[in-house]
Design a protein. Structure first.
Ligand SMILES: N[C@@H](CCC(=O)N[C@@H](CS)C(=O)NCC(=O)O)C(=O)O
Length: 206
């Protein structure tokens, strides 16, 4: 069985676990990283020299980088529309997956670390406010796109929803002042109604 090495409260592990559940494959997840440790051992580093989670082990094949793992599982085991038959739709999935990681993830990381992982007394409130404002502008861009699309790529849930969908739970769960973005909210609520998303993404933020 495919193994996923990584703790369940990691947003990057969540991308993989949610995808596997939507595709309908069983994976064997192992608690690695964070409070569990184990990601600094020689054995782990031989699989993933970044010392980060997740890592996928599929027989002799090893893969790291969460978006690459989502694509691998989706192509190997997913069906259209999750992994679209159309070249153009697959490219659009990749566009939104890459856009999240390159553009929105940096400010989301600052917000998460400042609010969830940094004690009040050490918090950089100016940095936090700037990150919330920046993230809000990017979420507003997605909101505009979602005015004409049920999901990130067209009418159906695809792998293109995964990175943004995992981040959307955090955006809507953290105690921050959010701009009113009705299309984003409607899309996020449709994800939050899914069993696989509830099970793998909607976990306590720690
Ligand atoms: N670009 C990598 C980032 C991986 C990453 O930074 N993972 C974090 C958890 S979200 C990690 O391993 N942190 C150290 C730890 O959990 O011990 C990916 O998408 O897989």
């Amino acid at each position: 069985m495919i193994q996923i090495l990584g703790r369940p409260n990691s947003v990057n592990v969540q991308k993989v676990m949610w995808s596997a559940a939507e595709i309908g494959i069983s994976v064997d997840r192992h608690d690695i990283g964070g409070a569990f440790g184990g990601n600094d051992t020689a054995d782990y580093l031989s699989k993933n020299p970044n010392g980060r989670v997740p890592t996928l082990v599929d027989g002799d094949f090893i893969l790291w980088e969460s978006n690459a793992i989502v694509r691998y599982l989706s192509e190997a085991h997913g069906a259209s529309p999750w992994f679209p038959d159309s070249l153009e739709e697959r490219a659009l999935c990749n566009q939104w997956m890459d856009w999240y990681i390159s553009t929105l993830h940096p400010s989301m990381t600052v917000i998460f670390w400042q609010l969830i992982r940094t004690p009040d007394k050490d918090r950089d409130y100016a940095g936090l406010a700037a990150a919330i404002e920046e993230a809000g502008l990017f979420w507003a861009m997605l909101d505009k796109h979602l005015a004409n699309h049920a999901f990130v790529v067209g009418d159906d849930l695809t792998m293109g929803d995964v990175p943004l969908g995992c981040a959307a739970y955090r955006w809507h769960s953290m105690e921050i002042a959010r701009p009113d973005l009705p299309n984003l909210k409607r899309w996020w609520q449709s994800l939050a109604a899914r069993d696989a998303y509830k099970q793998h993404v909607m976990l306590p933020l720690t």
